[in-house]
Ligand binder design. Structure first.
Ligand code: UDP
Length: 490
């Protein structure tokens, strides 16, 4: 009988957080488990189902299915269909979405009672899930959208009293104490982020272990050891999860609906030389002012490099007046660049993984969201780092100081969220300089590109049979089965 129990697939319920940067990697990780014969249910709300349905079509529904619970729109005062952080550009609405996601506790509780899983895998931004699971005596594994480098750096800060007592206005730079790498940050995070970080780290420790969308070689054994030493917690590196997507269709059908034709985008890139195009995108929830977009336009034009630039959807709508356009695009920019096929502007959702994996792309100007970072690493593309808020400043340090696969643009203002109006503008000169530093050639640029290429190869090996992430997945499935039999993972 015992053998039969061991062979039965694990029944896993996934609970993502309603933001693209969280749903996308969780969807890929759920698909990973399903493609290894485990029975996965992703719990989400109707308007977010499209984030997952495209993946579902490639997997047997016995192994991967969706369970929908209604979003409490009326209760939180939101119009129907506004259920994801990417459907808003203001902090008030995002607060309501956060609150609405917490109210899912009740319908999810009812579902769990009717259909209890062997284990819940939940985003650690949903702390209520862990209390619910505890009540129902269902074990949990935490998922974080961060790298372990960042999680363990945050743990180092959390246990340091002098850092914890800082105020938002504390001046000067500081060096992260008790950490395997020497990391100096010029700005301290806003208090609100530190509080959020604390809650997240506590939540992780309520679980039986932590899943990371990264591979060991990029986080580094030293960070893994450090995290285990200070927390005693288990960690499984299963990524880069995006590498589960192999075909053009799988790479392009990811997240929101693309606003460009995949064929058009590929045809444009196919005409370009290898490593010649700069790709610019600031993720799914980051809004730059018109003034900042204007500086970017001037900076990339002055650099002389060809580009694919993703801007918010409302930019350049057909009814945008010349006056409106003039606020974020220099006069004649479109004629000189778009018309002459030197640049492509994508207004809205772009097929990012597909673009990054194109041979013509030579650098990525990024806000350093973790998914964007690990997707660039997977494609062997070096980065120009421009963090805006949250843990993006820590990711920048991993990319530049620690792994040497990118250069900083020089952004120092740590915003509270992606919607906030930034006070400091990154100048066109800084942008031009950073682009040229990485794309004009020279010894430094060649070394950075070489290292990025090597990490890309390591990422690919990690997810292949025998690779570190592949082995971790098998060992996690084994651990979960053991836990089901013995009811413990400790
Ligand atoms: N993304 C995309 N197209 C876009 C913007 C974003 O495919 O036009 C994807 C990107 O590939 C990544 C995710 O959305 O998987 C953004 O996550 P990240 O952690 O980089 O940033 P966030 O949006 O959470 O700040």
């Amino acid at each position: 009988m015992e053998g039969v129990e061991v062979d039965r697939p694990m029944k896993l319920h996934f609970i993502p957080y309603p933001a693209p940067g969280h749903m996308i990697p969780m969807c890929d990780i759920a698909t990973l488990f399903a493609s290894h014969g485990q029975q996965v249910t992703i719990i989400t709300t109707p308007s977010n189902s499209h984030f997952f349905t495209k993946s579902l079509s490639s997997v047997d529904p016995f192994f991967l299915r969706l369970h929908l619970v209604n979003f409490p729109s009326q209760q939180v005062g939101l119009p129907d269909g506004v259920e994801s952080m990417s459907s808003t550009s203001d902090g008030d609405t995002s607060g309501k979405i956060y609150y609405g996601a917490m109210l899912l506790r009740e319908p999810i509780h009812d579902f769990m009672e009717k259909d209890p899983p062997d284990c819940i895998i939940a985003d650690c931004i949903n702390p209520w899930v862990y209390d619910l699971a505890h009540k129902l005596q269902i074990p949990t594994i935490a998922f974080t959208g961060f790298s372990l480098f960042t999680v363990s750096l945050m743990e180092s800060l959390r246990i340091n009293p002098s850092f914890c007592s800082h105020t938002d206005s504390s001046p000067g730079s500081f060096t992260v104490p008790n950490f395997p790498h020497s990391i100096t940050l010029c700005t301290k995070p806003p208090k609100i982020f530190t509080g959020f970080m604390e809650m997240m780290l506590e939540t992780i420790l309520k679980s039986k272990g932590l899943i990371i969308n990264n591979f060991i070689e990029l986080d580094g054994e030293e960070c893994i050891e450090h995290y285990k030493k200070i927390t005693g917690h288990k960690v499984w590196h299963l990524g880069p999860a995006s590498l589960i997507r192999q075909t053009i269709q799988e790479k392009s059908e990811r997240g929101n609906e693309n606003v460009v034709s995949v064929h058009g985008c590929l045809s444009w890139l196919n005409l370009k030389r290898h490593n010649s195009v700069l790709y610019i995108c600031f993720g799914s929830i980051c809004y730059l002012s018109d003034k900042q977009l204007y500086e970017i336009a001037c900076g990339i034009e002055a650099s002389g490099h060809e580009f694919v630039w993703v801007v918010p959807e409302k930019k350049g709508k057909e009814d945008e007046s010349e006056e409106e356009k003039g606020k974020w695009l220099p006069k004649g920019f479109e004629e000189r660049n778009i018309g002459k096929k030197k640049g492509l502007i994508i207004r809205g959702w772009a097929p990012q993984v597909l673009i990054l994996s194109h041979i013509a792309v030579g650098a990525f100007m990024t806000h350093c969201g973790w998914n964007s970072t690990v997707e660039a690493v997977s494609a062997g593309v070096p980065m120009i780092t421009w963090p805006v808020h949250g843990e993006q400043f820590y990711n920048e340090k991993l990319i530049t100081n620690v792994r040497g696969i990118g250069v900083e643009v020089g952004a120092t203002e740590w915003c509270v969220n992606g919607f906030e109006e930034k006070q400091k503008i990154v100048s066109k000169d800084s942008i031009e300089k950073a682009v040229k530093r990485l794309m004009d050639g020279g010894d430094e640029a060649e070394e950075i590109k070489q290292r990025a290429q090597e990490f890309g190869e390591k990422a690919t090996r990690a997810v292949q049979e025998g690779g570190s992430s592949h082995n971790n997945l098998l060992s996690l499935i084994d651990d979960l089965k053991q836990m089901r039999n013995c009811k413990t993972l400790d």
